[in-house]
Design a protein around this ligand. Structure first.
Ligand code: C2E
Ligand code: CA
Ligand code: CA
Length: 673
């Protein structure tokens, strides 16, 4: 057998020390060898060189001294070398000794520590001998659970099982049977035990089994009390999967249960509802957060109580709930409305005040509307907002076409945002004609925009969109700057037709936009009489006072105001008398209906009279046919705008058109329309 080398002794050096006898023998032999060679050789050499005589005698003596000197030198070298080796090895030995004793001390310390750890913990060490079915376990764990030394004596697995929580005994037994049928080297179980005082302690038993040809021989391991960990895990689970207020499953759990359902039954129909309490903020504001919380808790309880066990109720966010139900048919809107909405819409007594709320619901169907949880929830949320738009306390089903429309609107909106930054618009100009001599009296600015595919998007579409999403000022700032620089160019050329620019309600009521417009004009030295502002009635309805204030300001500065689209919406004649207006533009739709509606003809006649009295000029828009033109003229209208005379044109096309009509220098153009 090969002897194991000590790691520290290993590599002491190649030149190892021989035994003292060997070292002495080496020195002696070297001495003898040198002596013999000297005696045999030196006398003969001397004799052959000088013969025997007095010189020979003298040299003999010298040779003797030489011999002593050389041997002394050799002896000295050998002794020094040998003693040096002894010293080296002694030092190494000393080092080794120190290291060994240090290690020994360390080992002793860790052993002591280990002993302390075992003694201090409540863990138990156990060993099970399978052939004899004997279980040895120390009593530390059971004692820590309050049992006496006698009670804590166990010698079989059955003895141990007596301490297991009876509610879990069958499960634990099943797990044990399964293990012994199919043993694995690593054994691990976690189960509840009953402590002496009746409380439950969770125990983790771990062990390592000795298995010989598939049969268990011995298993050894430990029992650890993991109750605290278990409680911690439960708290964490609740935090991750439960709504703290209502104790309903939260969004994460809702998703888990949905996925579980879908993996078990991928083609089954699931109805998912997103329920959002209407105006919940009001409740919080008026009655306080506590009342709000109480209301949500009660709604959660009512939903659970009334929707039965076949539906999952979850709390998704601040004031919204999620419902999930497996069904064999897709229910209709009424069915859900009549079952769900009344559960929420009822009076509840919160802090002695009766509170009633309603909810808006969005419904999606798996797999018809989508397969992924997030996609479906997003659609359900969007659909819920549809219910809000429809007036709240309603149920809406996801509508694919409406959804597509919303998506393309969002897409358009993104493109519009980009266009504002890049200034990707252009302007066209449409003249207004005086019927008497068919000469232009003013020009209207109209904006044009092409989307990413180069398709023109009507301003009738993107202007309201920009208004709704807070982008209109960006668009109009660009329009005014462009229109003013065009106007400057024309003024330089001597074209003095006033230029009408459309202004949205947002632009009109904004605190600074009118100032911005006026200073833009001033910068380019554009007189306030050279441009006009067209506004619609709807622009005046919202924020009426502010709008009026800004209109008066513009008029004071000399800017004429045109009321656009009259007769298209909420037009009211009383408005006309109150508003600071210079021109009324009759909407194209009104013009279109004129021939078939004697009533509209009468109204128009009245407006003309009223206009004359108020010193308000009138322009009819969208005139396409000579018949329309003739009828308007008969009613007393003198100015018209429409394809019949001129379409909206590019600046160059407009110049050509003006040249063709030879009006550039006609003095009559200075007359206001
Ligand atoms: P609007 O101010 O009433 O503009 C008149 C609309 O009628 C323009 O449509 C014009 O091209 C169109 N039109 C003119 N003559 C005829 C005709 O004989 N027949 C027909 N069928 N249509 C005619 P457009 O340019 O599509 O503008 C639509 C609306 O978009 C405008 O109505 C206005 O409300 C808004 N808009 C256009 N440009 C601007 C702008 O620069 N700023 C603002 N705020 N709104 C604008
Ligand atoms: Ca207009
Ligand atoms: Ca109009």
């Amino acid at each position: 057998m090969k002897r194991k080398e000590h790691p520290i002794l290993h590599g002491l050096g190649q030149r190892q020390l021989s035994s003292p006898a060997k070292a002495a023998l080496r020195i002696t032999l070297t001495y003898v060898l040198f002596g013999v060679v000297w005696i045999l050789v030196s006398d003969q050499v001397l004799e052959s060189l000088v013969g025997s005589g007095e010189l020979y005698q003298y040299l003999q003596t010298v040779k003797g001294w030489f011999y002593v000197a050389v041997t002394a030198l050799i002896l000295y070298g050998l002794v020094v070398e040998t003693l040096g080796l002894y010293r080296d090895s002694q030092m190494t030995l000393q080092e080794t000794n120190t290291k060994l004793s240090e290690q020994l001390a360390k080992t002793r310390l860790s052993e002591e520590r280990y002993q302390l750890a075992v003694l201090g913990s409540t863990d138990s060490i156990w060993e099970y001998d399978h052939p004899s079915r004997r279980l040895f376990s120390d009593d530390r764990l059971l004692k820590s659970l309050g049992y006496s030394e006698e009670e804590a004596q166990v010698s079989t697995i059955e003895d141990w099982l007596k301490f297991v929580d009876p509610l879990h005994l069958i499960t634990v037994r099943d797990a044990l049977v399964k293990y012994f049928q199919n043993p694995d080297p690593v054994v691990e179980f976690t189960y509840p035990m009953v402590a002496k005082d009746g409380s439950i302690a969770w125990i983790h038993t771990r062990g390592y089994a000795q298995i010989v040809s598939g049969n268990i021989q011995k298993i050894g391991g430990s029992h650890t009390n993991v109750t605290l960990q278990k409680q911690y895990e439960e708290t964490l689970y609740a935090m991750a999967y439960e709504d703290p207020l209502t104790k309903l499953p939260n969004w994460n759990r809702f998703e888990q249960l949905f996925n579980q359902h879908v993996s078990e039954n991928p083609e089954g129909t699931l109805i998912m509802a997103y329920v959002d309490i209407d105006d919940f903020k009001n409740i919080n504001d008026v009655y306080g957060f506590k009342a709000g919380d109480q209301l949500l808790t009660q709604i959660a309880e009512d939903l659970k109580l009334h929707l039965g066990n076949d539906r999952l109720v979850a709390k998704l966010g601040g004031d919204s709930f999620g419902l999930l139900r497996s069904m064999d048919h897709i229910p209709d809107q009424r069915e859900i409305e009549t079952t769900l909405l009344p559960i929420i819409h009822r009076s509840r007594l919160i802090h002695n005040s009766p509170i009633t709320v309603t909810a808006s619901v969005g419904v999606v169907v798996y797999p018809r509307d989508g397969r992924s949880f997030l996609d479906l929830m997003q659609l359900a949320d969007e659909t819920m907002y549809e219910s809000k738009r429809r007036g709240k306390n309603k149920v809406s089903f996801h509508d694919r076409i409406a959804h597509q429309n919303r998506l393309s609107t969002l897409n358009l909106l993104n493109q519009l945002r980009l266009a504002i930054v890049t200034g990707d618009f252009h302007l066209v100009y449409q003249p207004v004609i005086r019927l008497d001599d068919q000469l232009p009296t003013s020009i209207e600015t109209l904006v044009r925009w092409e989307d990413a595919n180069g398709q023109p998007v009507s301003p009738g579409t993107f202007i309201p969109l920009a208004e709704k999403h807070g982008l209109i000022l960006g668009v109009e700032r660009w329009i005014f700057r462009k229109a003013f620089s065009q106007l400057r160019e024309w003024l330089n050329k001597g074209i003095t037709l006033p230029l009408s620019i459309n202004l949205s309600g947002v632009g009109l009521t904004d605190d600074h936009f009118i100032d911005e417009v006026l200073s833009m004009a001033e910068e380019l030295k554009i007189p306030t009489t050279a441009f006009r502002i067209e506004i619609t009635e709807t622009a005046l309805i919202e924020n009426h006072d502010q709008a009026l204030h800004h209109l008066e300001r513009l008029r004071r500065d000399g800017v004429k105001i045109l009321l656009d689209d009259f007769g298209s919406g909420y037009s009211s004649l009383t408005y006309l008398t109150q508003l600071p207006m210079d021109v009324i533009k009759i909407d194209a739709r009104f013009v279109r209906q004129l021939a078939d509606s004697p009533k509209n003809q009468k109204i128009l006649r009245a407006i003309v009279t009223l206009g004359n009295e108020l010193n308000c000029k009138i322009i009819a828009e969208g005139v396409e046919t000579p018949e329309e033109s003739a009828m308007l003229r008969a009613i007393g209208i003198r100015h018209i705008q429409g394809y019949l005379y001129a379409r909206p044109m590019s600046p160059q096309a407009l110049l050509d058109w003006l040249n063709r009509n030879e009006v550039t220098n006609d003095p009559s153009i200075h007359e206001p329309s």
